[in-house]
Design a protein around this ligand. Structure first.
Ligand code: C2O
Ligand code: CU
Length: 449
């Protein structure tokens, strides 16, 4: 197993590094920077993927944690239709779980810490599911999450659709520098602005600070972006942003944009048509109350090798989505309050776990209105079920997509369409992990009608 894992590292590094002879622009980097290591597939069967992730302190550190010796942990890759097994080996001194964020799976496999008990120190648990939707997902603990995620427990989970156009791939997991994070628990009450200003200077990309990524000119790169930070919003930008996918895979219509907003828990897929010119991926100043003034910070420098021109765009795109009637009646409403200084974090006036579950009969589509009555942004996340955002303050959204995490802007309302397809007591919560820990969570109870 060890040997196979090491091989994964080499393959990933070579695939992303372009030419080994070309030094990165910043000669500080001694090993080629690239995607996180790939988790070794321990199951020889073609349609099965079995990986093992050991949650443990990194090196001799008491504050940094990782999976199988790395943070981000190894990327789990499978294809649509595969049976996927992720075995968590808990070598931490406390309970943990692996939540497969955004994946449609049986409730007991959700790792929310309720559907199945948390995994005790020294114990193992295998999460098992059949991959149904292609997309860029991620995994992280769902108990002690504020501390564990901040300490480095997160990784990417990619479900590939073999029918997608071929392209080089890069996985970029953005997180905050461990140890510089703001002190949690009873504190979501800290000044949001100061917190976010400071954090804006402290991003890591695949665990590295301001790395340089070497890519061959003349290639099309599908970059999969994950905001794995516990509670820092991110606005990424570079020249010629083209978004081809979001949380739940490719968009029916890729679009050009000035920036890619990524709230904690959010993902995006973007296309880089790499020519001979270097470019920087920057973070525009952002905060939990919305974009703020200040300078952009360079998070990643892309250094092309070779002199080839930028190639043409690939024909990305998923089938068009059926229209949703804006006037479709609302079946349930979740009102988000709190998040500012000294205020209580609640959904419908309730604080998790003392909440009234929202019933959702299995198989019956429902519209949930998400109303943010606070001056703080809340990235809303629903477990197990993708949803369509079909109305933003009464108007259609800028683009059509299936999401599992969506930003609720201050004093705004979004309506989402959900298809309850799997029985369970599915968590729905704000993905600012301090907010979730502070009680901003509720339950969608999916049962046989
Ligand atoms: Cu990514 Cu309930 O979490
Ligand atoms: Cu929140």
């Amino acid at each position: 197993m060890r040997r196979a894992w090491a091989l994964g590292v080499v393959v990933a590094a070579v695939a992303c590094a372009g030419g080994e002879l070309d030094r990165p622009r910043d000669a500080v980097v001694t090993t080629p920077f690239g995607s996180p290591p790939l988790a070794a597939d321990l199951d020889p069967r073609a349609d099965h993927v079995a990986v093992s992730l050991r949650a443990a302190p990194l090196g001799g550190s008491t504050t940094r944690l990782g999976y199988s010796g790395a943070s981000p942990g190894p990327t789990v890759r499978a294809r649509v239709g595969d049976t996927v097994e992720v075995t968590l080996d808990n070598q931490l001194a406390e309970p943990t779980t692996i939540h497969l964020h955004g994946v449609h799976l049986p409730y007991e496999m959700d790792g929310d810490g309720h559907g199945a008990p948390p995994v005790a120190p020294g114990e193992r648990f295998t999460y098992r599911f059949v991959a149904e939707r292609a997309g860029t997902f991620w995994y992280h603990p769902h108990v002690g999450a504020v501390t564990q995620v901040r300490a480095g427990l997160y990784g990417a989970l990619i479900i590939e659709d073999p029918r997608d156009p071929a392209a080089e791939e890069v996985v970029l997991v953005f997180s905050e520098v461990p140890g510089e994070a703001f002190d949690p628990p009873s504190h979501a009450h800290a000044t949001p602005l100061s917190v976010d200003y400071r954090r804006g200077q402290s991003w890591l990309v695949n665990g590295a600070r301001s790395p340089s990524l070497s890519l061959a000119s003349g290639t099309v790169v599908r970059a999969r972006l994950v905001n794995a930070s516990a509670d820092a919003p991110l606005r990424l930008s570079w020249p010629g942003v083209r978004v081809i996918g979001t949380d739940q895979g490719l968009l029916p219509a890729p679009h050009d944009a000035d920036e890619v907003p990524l709230m904690p828990g959010d993902r995006a897929e973007v296309e880089w048509r790499v020519g001979a010119s270097p470019f920087d991926v920057v973070a525009l100043p952002d905060s939990v109350v919305g974009p703020v003034g200040g300078d952009a910070v360079t998070l990643l420098s892309v250094a092309p090798t070779g002199e080839l021109d930028a190639p043409a765009s690939r024909a990305w795109g998923a089938p068009a989505l059926p229209a949703v009637d804006l006037a479709r009646p609302v079946d349930a409403t979740w009102v988000f309050t709190g998040g500012g200084e000294g205020s209580d974090l609640r959904i419908n006036g309730e604080r998790f776990p003392d909440v009234t579950p929202t019933p959702a009969p299995l198989g019956q589509e429902l519209v949930i209105e998400l109303r943010n009555l606070s001056s703080t942004r809340h990235p809303f996340h629903l477990h197990g079920h993708p949803f369509r955002v079909f109305s933003v303050d009464g108007a259609p959204p800028g683009f059509e997509s299936w999401e599992d995490t969506t930003a609720l802007e201050p004093f705004s309302t979004r309506r989402v369409l959900v298809r309850p397809a799997l029985p369970g007591e599915w968590m729905a919560h704000c993905h600012l992990l301090t907010h979730a820990a502070g009680g901003m969570a509720t339950i969608l109870s999916v049962r046989q009608p």
